[in-house]
Design a protein around this ligand. Structure first.
Ligand code: UFG
Length: 333
């Protein structure tokens, strides 16, 4: 049985599907503060899924899951992940992300579970010193969100040395797209991410898309990001689990494509795929956005044997299919 914390959220739910598609049994632990019960119900249609609602900040909540199920390994997504909010309310991030993970790890120790795949982030690197960013790039986060994830990475190193609890930390770049069969997709309220925000603006009642900053030192003045497809990302979690099951030592990997696209390029691809002329407001820079973030993914390729397969265009197509479904559901709700 694999425990997936945050399995009702965007990345967690796609990972649960990947586990189910492999025939594995999953227990989702989620407080539903940002995840959705509808997502859990959907996932239950595709395999052996158990659900326990609870909060990682309550030690007894998470201990009860380990008591109730025989857990072999953990994939840990549950966290707050909005950079801007983390600057305004760091306590929320440290209590939940760091404190919650401490409780999870202590339950793992208590029940002798010694393998965890952890959802880390490119935000642990901070302002890039060079591009593409490899795993030896210094980690100097510039916001409490990135800092909280880096603290957890360090805690995990210490827990391996002291207790033999092995971890794989996956540092995501910009995750995009939705399930190829449109079973689940990205559903944040409020939505802050680029692709869903562009797509949402094409629906009636949607807000005009705001493009944040066109004066960066990049090829067209807008920020460059490395968009990694959600299903490719989910596959990396399965490979990380396999790596730990095969005795692999504690490790960390970037998950990205080695390639970047500007906001304007993403916008143009969205217009092409939707066939719509999308209205746009050119706005000032958003605080805390580095000009470029591109992953060097060679370590994940060589060690985990992971190869991202899906293009940005494919991610946008799938995100659009999902957004159509989501808008329909919300309108019919
Ligand atoms: N952008 C817009 N308009 C929007 C939303 C975003 O112009 O409505 C721009 C941003 O300014 C940025 C780019 O699109 O230049 C990408 O922004 P996202 O919010 O989609 O993604 P980020 O790169 O800010 O953040 C993502 C994750 C974070 C993680 C970070 C690590 O969402 O959780 O990558 O690099 F910390």
């Amino acid at each position: 049985m694999i425990l997936v914390t945050g399995g009702a959220g965007y990345i967690g739910s796609h990972c649960v599907l990947a586990l189910l598609d492999k025939g594995l049994e999953v227990v989702i632990f989620d407080n539903l503060s940002t995840g959705h019960i509808e997502t859990v119900e959907k996932l239950k249609q595709y395999g052996n899924v158990h659900f326990q609602q609870g909060d990682l900040q309550n030690l007894s909540d998470i201990q009860s899951v380990f008591k109730a199920y025989s857990i072999d390994a953990v994939i840990h997504f549950a966290a707050f992940s909005q950079v801007g909010e983390s600057v305004i309310n760091p306590q929320k991030y440290y209590l939940n992300n760091v404190g919650g993970t401490m409780n999870l790890l202590s339950a793992m120790l208590l029940y002798n579970v010694n393998k965890i795949v952890f959802s880390s982030t490119a935000a642990t690197y901070g302002e890039p010193e060079y591009i593409p960013i490899d795993e030896t790039h210094p980690q100097n986060p510039i916001n409490p969100y990135g800092q909280s994830k880096l603290m957890i990475e360090k805690i995990m190193d210490d827990y391996d040395k002291a207790y033999g609890l092995r971890s794989v930390r996956l540092r995501y770049f910009n995750v995009a797209g939705a399930d190829s069969q449109n079973r689940v997709g990205e559903w944040h309220e409020p939505e802050t991410h680029l692709i869903p925000n562009i797509l949402k603006s094409t629906f009636s009642g949607g807000k005009t898309f705001k493009m944040f900053g066109t004066d960066y030192n990049t090829k067209d003045g807008t920020c460059v990001r490395d968009y990694i497809n959600i299903e490719d990302l989910a596959q990396a979690h399965l490979l990380a689990l396999e790596y730990l099951n095969n005795g692999g030592e504690t490790n960390y990997f970037n998950l990205g494509t080695n390639d970047g696209n500007t906001v304007k390029e993403v916008f143009a691809a969205c217009e092409k795929i939707t066939g719509k002329n999308i209205p746009v407001d050119i706005c000032p820079r958003r605080a805390g956005d580095p000009a470029s973030l591109v992953a060097d993914n060679n370590k994940a390729k060589s060690t985990l044997n992971w190869t991202p397969k899906n293009s940005l265009e494919y991610s946008i197509e799938k995100a659009y299919e999902w957004e159509n479904k989501l808008q329909g559901a919300l309108i019919n709700a």
